[in-house]
Design a protein. Structure first.
Length: 45
C-alpha cells in the first residue's frame, strides 16, 4: 500500500510560459505556505 500527498501549486510556475502570468508572488508580496500532513492508525492489531 502506498500514499501520495501533493500540495496544489507549481513551485516552478515562474518558468512555465503557459501559466507564468498567473504568478501572484512579487517582491512586495512574497509567498508563504505551510503544509501539514497527519495520519493515524486505529484498531490495527
Amino acid at each position: 500500500m502506498g500514499f501520495c500527498f501533493e500540495t496544489q501549486s507549481y513551485p516552478n510556475q515562474v518558468n512555465m510560459p503557459d501559466i507564468a502570468d498567473q504568478v501572484l508572488v512579487t517582491p512586495n508580496r512574497p509567498f508563504n505556505s505551510t503544509t501539514v500532513f497527519k495520519a493515524s492508525v486505529e484498531g490495527h492489531a
